[in-house]
Design a protein around this ligand. Structure first.
Ligand SMILES: Nc1ncnc2c1ncn2[C@@H]1O[C@H](COP(=O)(O)OP(=O)(O)OP(=O)(O)O)[C@@H](O)[C@H]1O
Length: 685
């Protein structure tokens, strides 16, 4: 394998001979390149690719790394290389060793399902205390946060609901509220047990607990892996650490990360974890990389400046290997439409006159919701685009309807899937669905369920309801047929249910589901994999329900991404949207230093995606409103200080500023109406 295109520090990291390594380095310094080269290097040294496991935070990142390793090697040398998310990896282990982990015939459920179960437990109740109201979503959130961070319920409540206050009054309140929450969380656990559900966190916990406590389990699994390569190590939370921990005894851990890019603390990640790598992992070393290959120096200057303003010492100063380029631009706009016009015009100009492709443009926003005017403007201007980070294909309602039918065949005790499936049909409301579900749960097998459905639901769609389930049950070994066949039966009903956007949007998703299904041999595997992460289809292009060109043949498209989904991406031209006071950092985070600093890292991730041109847009009105007040996390109202805005104090020479005036202002009418003469213009002679 050719190592000549790596610099000497990268080479040292790639050819590392010791036991465990953490590569801790800044943005664009080649961490991804290093992990790719490491995998290729190990294979070229004779390591079986099947014994290398790469772990990433998204499926997209995993498949990109795998493809790039393959491109580094000859022929099919890297054929069996594994790359997956933590959840998908645990799922593979659970599927491969169902007895070892005790998870035979369990069904994996997603966040929506978790909330549905919690709703079943709560009934119409929610936890209320003074003006605090916690509904099913909030309860699941607390439950998951506590498990991911390994914090006690009291500490979780304090952190999530009381801004981490520890005064007497708060302690009293927590004492009162905790038992109410505990009862419901225990009810949720009981339901999971009865119905054989595994939520996302269970998958990790089951594997982590077994491997940590059981040497026999470690022995069984150790035959599977020699090297575990972890990307974005700074985003691992205590639960993921627990999962990785037993592997230091079994194989080599090789991790890459950047503490300044840690943006997942809301999921329990703690960037300081990477600092304790050496203490936690015996026989480990930490290497650094310091040269940035992605961006020109001007882009790094503003990114470095942003980090320097932080009270946290990152000790990072990115230096560009590529040298100087153009200065980043701040574009002051009146509103989102003006912002969208500016971006569209710039892209069209680059595409038509400057020899750039659409792919050379990356648009980064805090939320996908904020980009709606932009998306509308792109559609109007026929600019092809895809979105990363919105609602995913498998999370859309019509797909979940069909998957509910697949789920009941996979696990006939799947209560929420029965509820969803039955409610699709005419004449079956929530109450009837609950009654039927109760009966179905008593049946011994799915065949008994089918017979029961045929005998009981005679009215309306009765026969079809059973036929769909029967079709799937008969085609357990041919999943494409199961999907296509059941779609054929359900189409009329679904077309009616989703009549508003059936033809132009939803209908076309079902053939895609069929093609996806073809890749799996068992129903359980298919359902779980799709439930876990489904941002890409088989061609690795995004299949997002809200992307207007999601099945476009044209692969040259602009990417509109949330910043959280933009990890690892890079682009010639980057637009970072709405870096305005109150938006960056969001006024909700003010007063909480940890949250403000996480927001700073989010902006840092966004800025460091740009290779040659960085545009930062901001709203003029919010600049003028700088002195207005803001409502904080704890409900307090405080005047907004200019220095709470991340770009406050930015040295003038670091950016070029322009206020867009080239956009036509909407013509304004005069105040007093004129009189008109309707008898003019006609000559009656
Ligand atoms: N030695 C090198 N020579 C030339 N280009 C390099 C080298 N190392 C990295 N690069 C290029 O620099 C860019 C950034 O590399 P990479 O994505 O691996 O960095 P990273 O540290 O993972 O970045 P981030 O954490 O910001 O996502 C890529 O385009 C990569 O191809």
């Amino acid at each position: 394998m050719d190592l000549s295109e790596l610099n000497s520090n990268q080479q040292k990291a790639v050819t590392f001979e010791g036991k465990h390594l953490l590569v801790l380095a800044g943005a664009g310094t080649g961490k991804t390149k290093t992990i790719i080269s490491r995998a290729a290097y190990l294979i070229s040294q004779g390591v079986d690719p099947g014994k290398i496991q790469i772990l990433t935070f998204t499926k997209r990142a995993a498949s990109e790394i795998i493809n790039r390793v393959k491109a580094n090697l000859d022929n099919s040398q890297a054929k069996n290389l594994n790359g997956s998310t933590f959840h998908s990896w645990c799922n593979q282990l659970l599927t491969k060793f169902p007895n070892l982990f005790g998870t035979k015939s369990f069904t994996v459920i997603d966040q929506d399902d978790q909330v549905s179960i919690m709703k079943l437990v709560c009934g119409n109740n929610y936890v209320q205390y003074e003006d605090l109201r916690i509904k099913a979503e909030g309860l699941i959130d607390l439950y998951s946060f506590a498990r991911n961070t390994k914090k006690s319920l009291s500490d979780t409540i304090r952190l999530k609901l009381f801004n981490n206050l520890n005064d007497e009054d708060t302690v009293e309140k927590i004492k009162l509220i905790k038992p109410k929450i505990e009862v419901l969380l225990r009810g949720y656990e009981q339901k999971k047990k009865e119905r054989k559900y595994l939520d996302y966190d269970d998958m990790l916990l089951v594997v982590a607990i077994r491997l940590n406590k059981d040497p026999e389990a470690r022995r069984v699994v150790s035959s599977q892996y020699e090297h575990i390569l972890v990307d974005e190590m700074q985003d691992t939370n205590p639960l993921q650490w627990d999962l990785l921990n037993p592997f230091q005894k079994i194989c080599h851990l090789y991790c890459v990360g950047d503490d300044a890019q840690s943006i997942y603390s809301f999921r329990g990640a703690d960037f300081k974890n990477v600092h304790s790598f050496k203490e936690r992992v015996e026989n480990s070393e930490v290497y650094k990389l310091d040269q940035n290959y992605r961006s020109t120096q001007e882009i790094l200057d503003i990114s470095n400046w942003l980090l320097e303003q932080s009270p946290i010492e990152y000790g990072k100063e990115l230096i560009s290997v590529r040298g100087d380029g153009s200065v980043p631009e701040i574009i002051n706009v009146e509103n989102e439409w003006e912002e969208a016009d500016f971006i569209s015009e710039t892209i069209i100009e680059n595409f038509t006159k400057n020899n750039k492709t659409y792919k050379d443009h990356l648009i980064l926003s805090r939320s996908q919701y904020y980009t709606r005017s932009l998306q509308a403007t792109f559609i109007k201007n026929k600019i092809p685009y895809v979105t990363y980070g919105g609602r995913k294909f498998m999370e859309s309602a019509h797909i979940k309807d069909m998957v509910s039918a697949l789920r009941v065949v996979n696990n006939k005790d799947d209560e929420i899937a029965w509820m969803r499936y039955l409610s699709i049909w005419e004449g079956i409301g929530e109450i009837k669905a609950a009654r039927y579900t109760g009966e179905l749960l008593f049946q011994k097998s799915i065949e008994d369920c089918i017979d029961w459905l045929k005998s009981i639901i005679l009215e309306n769609d009765g026969k079809i309801i059973a036929d769909v389930i029967e079709t799937i049950a008969k085609n357990r070994d041919n999943l494409k047929e199961a999907v296509d066949g059941s779609f054929h039966l359900m189409e009329e009903r679904l077309a009616f249910k989703y009549r508003k956007d059936w033809e132009n949007k939803r209908k076309g998703d079902f053939p895609v589901l069929g093609i996806l299904a073809k890749n799996y041999s068992t129903l359980g595997e298919f359902i779980t994999e799709c439930t876990l992460d489904n941002a890409t289809d088989i061609n690795n292009s995004p299949v997002l329900a809200d992307s207007f060109i999601n099945r476009s043949e044209d692969k040259d498209h602009v990417i509109i991404s949330t910043i959280h989904s933009a990890k690892g991406l890079e682009s010639d031209v980057c637009f970072v949207l709405n870096v305005s006071p109150k938006a960056f950092p969001s006024s909700w985070t003010l007063g909480n230093i940890d949250e403000v600093e996480e927001e700073r890292r989010v902006l840092y991730v966004a800025m460091t995606r740009a290779k040659n041109q960085l545009f930062i847009t901001r709203n003029i009105h919010s600049l003028h409103a700088q002195s207005s007040s803001s409502v904080q996390n704890n409900g307090e109202i405080k005047p907004l200080q200019p220095e709470t805005y991340f770009l406050h104090g930015l040295p003038e020479e670091m950016v070029e500023q322009s206020t867009k005036e080239r956009f036509e202002q909407a013509a304004k009418d005069i105040e007093e109406p004129n009189k008109i003469d309707l008898s003019s213009g006609m000559d009656f002679s």
